[in-house]
Ligand binder design. Structure first.
Ligand SMILES: Nc1ncnc2c1ncn2[C@@H]1O[C@H](COP(=O)(O)OP(=O)(O)OP(=O)(O)O)[C@@H](O)[C@H]1O
Length: 585
């Protein structure tokens, strides 16, 4: 599966705006009550707004022209009451929708974050963290802004327009038809430019994601940048990303505002038509001044919301473009599905059967691999850089699935285990261990529910029983040693020790160490060797190492080169192969 969100094919389905909107609305389905109340308020407000001109027209014709000022005062008081009700209900509606928007934002961010947690390693290889952060933070906020600030105005404007349009046609059909003529032009124009507006906004959001990715990359690599004095290089890259964002923002701004002047012009034209045609009708005795005043108000009530819609339409298009980016993530599926229980077909703890693997289609990294690992034995994977050791280990831990062939764990297809079952059986100490902010204890217990509620004293007992005591002693404050964000207060070797303790305490059946001792001094390395030796006799070890002394106790050595895994026999032979880069079948 192509997980690259910035390549068209990662979008699972091309959807119409209607379908996209329908899916988005589903997210706030539990807000039905609030939405109904808000909609009721809109209807009430629009009704009051539409009743106003009728009352004003009636007041002019019935009381102003006949100079009955008491009637004028009475109707003015009614109008004032109506405006006050509209003010209060408008406030209530803003409050309701603000809450709906924030809850939607909360749900949406949770949904994306949970989806990100479900996705496989391949997804994170293909996408930059900065772009993903921008989708989680900024795109969701754009959707929230539309829902909390614009949606009800949007609906209110449409309701008022429809109501005003009906009044215009009812009062005088001919005049109404002429008045509404420019609106038809506006509709056609809007329908024509909308896809373009959405594209401009999508390009802008993409550039915001790109800029965020640049910032993230330079911030997380700042030491290399400073050490290599490459600040100018990153400044230039950021400047390019910023310029791109500037260009696309101008494009989006223009697109978002293009409707405004057109709406303004056509709305003024409509009012001019009403005035000219209305005066003509009055001169013919078919219309009254009061009716013309009402009529003009309705025309304004029709075209003003239309102008407002032009602004709201832009916010709608931004929200839709944001939703496309967000739903792209939500519609992705993990391409490492769990198979239904399969039959046991191997007696080994782990077996690679005719395994082929490619990260990218057409570029095979592992070719036709066959080997098996037995319970309680220690295996070493050696070979030149880029030969495929980490890839082989990643397939053992099912970070990826074989493109062809099968990996069997305890005799069954590795794909038939749940993530929980598999991660319980297999421990993987990565080349670059990652630690979370917190304490050494938090990091050691990460992913280990068994000791989660243990006190420090109890945990220290467990650590002692696992022979890890000497490793913990390396940390000044023991279990309570702080690991700060980015874990810069801890050396790389110390990080590897924490990752080591984390993996050993989980007591897996198969433990993979990928260059796990590369940054550890020889004495501590010997200590780790002892700890590994004292692991349960049933634990199988897979050690990837460049330093050959690390693997001298291995029961079997595999030489991994050019995507092939070959039994290397003795350590001397393996060394010979490594030195000569010789390939042997
Ligand atoms: N995420 C990835 N996407 C595409 N290609 C990859 C990816 N990771 C590794 N490769 C490629 O796969 C090949 C094998 O890489 P791998 O990391 O398995 O080698 P290795 O033997 O572990 O190297 P080292 O000793 O340097 O850790 C290399 O050609 C590498 O470029």
């Amino acid at each position: 599966m192509n997980y690259n969100l910035n390549q068209g094919s990662a979008t699972q389905e091309k959807r119409s705006t209607y379908q996209a909107l329908k899916k988005l609305i589903q997210l706030i389905s539990n807000e039905r009550r609030n939405l109904w109340i808000a909609s009721g308020i809109i209807l009430l407000n629009s009704g009051l707004l539409l009743l106003g001109p009728l009352l004003i027209g009636h007041t002019i014709d019935a009381y102003v022209r006949t100079k009955q000022y008491q009637g004028v005062l009475q109707f003015s008081a009614i109008l004032l009451g109506m405006y006050l009700i509209a003010f209060c209900t408008g406030y209530l509606q803003t409050k309701l929708m603000g809450g709906v928007g924030q809850r939607m934002l909360y749900t949406l961010r949770n949904a994306i974050f949970n989806k990100l947690q479900e996705l496989p390693v391949a997804f994170f290889n293909e996408n930059k963290a900065g772009d993903l952060i921008s989708r989680v933070n900024s795109d969701t906020d754009k959707i929230n802004q539309f829902f909390s600030q614009s949606l009800m105005q949007f609906i209110g404007s449409i309701v008022t327009m429809i109501g005003a349009g009906i009044f215009l046609l009812l009062i005088n059909f001919e005049l109404g038809a002429v008045t509404l003529g420019p609106a038809v032009l506006i509709l056609i124009f809007t329908a024509l430019v909308s896809p373009w507006v959405k594209r401009r906004n999508a390009a802008n959001l993409k550039s915001v994601g790109g800029m965020s990715a640049e910032i993230q990359e330079s911030l997380s690599n700042f030491k290399v940048i400073i050490a290599f004095n490459r600040r100018d290089y990153f400044r230039k890259r950021f400047d390019e990303a910023n310029q791109n964002n500037y260009r696309t923002a101008i494009g989006a701004g223009l697109a978002n505002n293009i409707l405004m002047p057109v709406y303004g012009l056509l709305s003024s034209m409509a009012q001019l038509i009403v005035l000219l045609f209305g005066i003509y009708l009055i001169s013919q005795g078919e219309f009254t001044i009061g009716l013309l005043v009402s009529y003009l108000s309705y025309a304004i009530n029709f075209y003003n919301p239309l102008k407002q819609l032009a602004a709201l339409w832009a916010s709608f298009q931004v929200a839709m473009a944001s939703w496309d980016r967000v739903s792209q993530i939500l519609s992705l599926e993990n391409d490492l599905p769990q198979l239904k229980d399969t039959v046991e077909t191997s007696t080994s703890l782990l077996e690679f059967r005719n395994v082929h693997f490619s990260y990218t289609e057409g570029q095979e990294i592992l070719h036709h691999i066959n080997f098996s690992l037995e319970k309680g034995k220690t295996y070493a994977l050696i070979g030149p850089t880029g030969g495929g050791k980490t890839t082989t280990a990643s397939l053992i831990a099912r970070l990826y699935d074989a493109t062809e062939g099968t990996v069997l764990l305890s005799g069954k297809d590795i794909r038939s285990y749940t993530d929980e079952e598999r991660s319980k059986k297999i421990g993987f100490i990565l080349q670059e261990p990652f630690l979370f902010s917190g304490t050494v204890k938090d990091n050691i217990l990460y992913g280990n529910p068994k000791y989660q509620d243990y006190s420090n004293a109890q945990l220290e007992e467990v650590i002692k029983a696992a022979n890890l005591e000497a490793l913990l002693a390396i940390f000044d404050e023991g279990l309570e040693t702080l690991v700060t964000s980015g874990s810069d207060n801890i050396s790389l070797g110390q990080k590897q020790l924490i990752a080591f303790m984390r993996a050993v305490l989980r007591n897996p059946e198969l433990l993979i160490l990928d260059e796990a001792t590369a940054n550890i001094d020889t004495i501590t390395e010997q200590l780790l060797g002892m700890i590994l030796k004292n692991l349960s006799k049933d634990t199988t070890l897979v050690i990837i190492a460049h330093r050959l002394n690390t693997i001298e106790n291995a029961d079997e050595i595999f030489f991994v080169n050019s995507g092939e895994v070959i039994r290397a026999g003795t350590l001397d032979h393996a060394m010979d192969m490594l030195l000569k880069g010789k390939r042997k079948s």
